[in-house]
Design a protein around this ligand. Structure first.
Ligand code: FES
Length: 200
């Protein structure tokens, strides 16, 4: 969980409920193996959390933290419901209520652009557009999608309503680091430094 930005990113959000019947594109045997591994992980988490307050929330949090792409798949949510005995609708409502949870695979690095009023008036839209240009997605529309992940799963770009640091606007978080009064030039150099480090 992002330490310095968690309070700004928590809270309700609107997301589509995924279709539980949608099939993945893997061979059946590989699917069966990965499903049984996932079920074993969830059973262990459910046993660990049994009888504790907020058990469902803790199971989902730990499950996402263990996932390679820091997300909760449709299959994972379905298995959580089956194994814990919770209604599938309740599992989905918890997973979609907290912005900490991701229903889509996330990139290794997360760029979070604040789009609150103070940051907007100090150029956060230009920062968001620059980030998307840099990552090859100039047509990204924040009003249509809550986040964007590059196809190589190196970066996810998302927005937040306010980091609570309006006096330092515009504010952008890159992974655990908060950049205040950041310019587009500075943001580009941060992205390029990560690419260099990742040898992309
Ligand atoms: S509006 Fe950006 S930190 Fe508050």
């Amino acid at each position: 969980m992002q330490k310095s930005v968690s309070s700004g990113s928590a809270g309700p959000k609107a997301r589509k409920t995924p279709n539980p019947k949608k099939k993945a594109g893997k061979p059946e045997s590989a699917n069966a193996e990965s499903t049984s591994k996932l079920a074993a992980v969830i059973k262990a988490l459910a046993a660990e959390q049994e009888g504790k307050p907020g058990a469902l929330l803790s199971i989902l949090e730990k499950l996402q933290d263990q996932d390679q792409f820091r997300h909760l798949s449709e299959e994972a949510l379905r298995l959580v419901a089956e194994i814990t005995g919770e209604a599938l609708s309740r599992v989905y409502s918890v997973a979609t209520f907290y912005s900490y949870f991701n229903l889509k695979p996330q990139g290794k690095h997360t760029i979070t652009v604040c789009r609150g009023t103070a940051c907007h008036t100090r150029g956060s839209l230009a920062l968001l557009q620059e980030a998307m240009n840099q990552l090859g997605e100039p047509d990204f529309r924040e009003d249509e999608e809550p986040s964007f992940t590059t196809s190589d799963k190196l970066f996810t770009v998302r927005t937040v309503a306010c980091f609570g640091q309006c006096a330092l606007a515009p504010v952008v978080a890159v992974d655990e680091t908060i950049y205040s009064s950041i310019s587009t030039t500075r943001l580009c150099s941060v992205i390029n430094a990560i690419r260099k480090e990742e040898k992309v």
